[in-house]
Design a protein around this ligand. Structure first.
Ligand SMILES: NC(=O)c1ccc[n+]([C@@H]2O[C@H](COP(=O)([O-])OP(=O)(O)OC[C@H]3O[C@@H](n4cnc5c(N)ncnc54)[C@H](O)[C@@H]3O)[C@@H](O)[C@H]2O)c1
Length: 353
């Protein structure tokens, strides 16, 4: 029997990739996609499924309890997959309050609504699960050695990662206190199609194609563990299907790279494609981000061992696929950079919702 997935934040980068993957892999799935369409939400990402009867898009806020109650009444979801978040560390440093509201209170609101709909006395309705999409940033920063495991203590540094850690603890509390069936996934940095060009990889690609300066924080030696977004989406599906309730699963592909390596790799591939004016001369080192974590590295052994997940796209292929995607979707990129994508909803729906 087909299952119903309430996906929140499904017009954002990872959420839209997840919705597209889910609907293509599971013909009998139904997706209720709830997204507030902040600056990071873009319905263009979902063009392929906007007319698909298995996909219902609802513009709304995860903090809106009345709206959530209505969605649960109308659609009785089997799964809640919470991608909705404010996700950009720099923005969290300039204005933490919206991060607390969406990432913490919004998660609380989703948990309360799920609990009200799914709990029956001391037990829970069969087949229901809440999955919180979290990040390796909740673990803080690593030195040169070692990896984050699921047992690494939470030690977030930015307002973004602190709000995600707070949300994780709420999710854990609903499991420990009420026995709610939940999972938390903590993934490393994602890259791939549909990422908002404020994040490193699409920002550098876009600046290169416009021959703009390439800003690099500090010495550029910060290390991130990069995972192709489709690998993340597959991992989430596996955790939904077979993750043990109450468990946390780290997701990462052992693809640790410095930021400066990423920038140079993009320059090098673009030059191979004939962008002769793109060069390392465009790189400009700027003042480092406040409290910038130095290194993230995920140990994904548990999800490999227990659920059989392995990354499929190695960085060398993934980065080329990603650069090629942005170059062949330059209209998408231009629309996002100019802000025009925000009028798409208005044009499509005439301001409903
Ligand atoms: N991007 C990464 O590398 C990465 C890595 C690990 C975990 N994550 C987590 O994955 C999730 C998705 O990340 P992303 O990069 O796709 O983010 P994103 O910023 O691209 O998308 C977030 C989406 O959430 C929506 N949203 C924001 N506030 C909302 C609200 N109050 N109600 C409903 N919708 C709201 C936005 O409109 C947007 O569509 C986040 O929870 C993030 O913490 C991201």
């Amino acid at each position: 029997m087909g299952r119903t997935y309430l996906v929140t934040g499904g017009a954002g980068f990872i959420g839209s990739n997840f919705v597209l993957t889910l609907l293509s892999q599971r013909p009998d799935a139904k997706v209720i996609n709830l997204d507030k369409l902040t600056y990071a939400g873009n319905l263009r990402n979902l063009e392929r499924v906007m007319e698909d009867p298995r996909h219902v898009f609802i513009k709304g806020d995860i903090c809106d309890r009345e709206l959530l109650d209505g969605i649960f009444r109308d659609h009785d979801p089997d799964f809640v997959v919470n991608f909705a978040a404010e996700s950009h560390v720099d923005r969290s440093i300039s204005d933490p309050s919206v991060f607390v509201r969406t990432n913490v209170l919004g998660t609380g609101c989703l948990l309360d609504t799920s609990k009200a709909a799914w709990q029956q006395g001391d037990s829970w309705r069969e087949g229901k699960k809440y999955l919180q999409v979290s990040t390796d940033e909740v673990y803080g920063s690593l030195g040169a050695e070692g990896f984050f495991t699921e047992e690494t203590p939470l030690d977030p540094h930015s307002p973004y990662s602190a709000s995600k850690a707070a949300a994780d603890l709420l999710v854990k509390a609903y499991h420990d206190t009420y026995g709610m069936p939940v999972n938390i996934t903590r993934c490393s940095n994602n890259y791939g199609p549909y990422q908002f060009p404020e994040k490193l990889i699409p920002l550098i690609i876009n600046n290169c194609r416009n021959l703009r300066e390439l800003p690099v924080y500090g010495d550029g030696m910060q290390i991130r563990d990069w995972l192709y977004v489709e690998d993340h989406c597959r991992a989430i599906l596996m955790v939904l299907d077979r993750g043990v309730p109450g468990q946390v699963y780290n997701i990462g592909g052992h693809n640790e790279r410095t930021n400066i390596f990423i920038v140079k790799a993009i320059i090098s591939h673009l030059r191979e494609l004939g962008f002769e004016e793109v060069s390392e001369g465009l790189i400009r080192h700027v003042a480092d981000r406040k409290g910038h974590d130095r290194r993230y590295g995920i140990d994904p052994a548990k999800i490999g061992r227990e659920l059989g997940w392995q990354p499929e796209t190695m960085f060398e292929q993934g980065i080329i696929k990603t650069i090629d995607w942005y170059l062949s979707n330059d209209a998408w990129l231009d629309e996002v950079v100019s802000g025009d994508y925000q009028s798409y909803y208005q044009r499509q729906y005439g301001g409903r919702g």
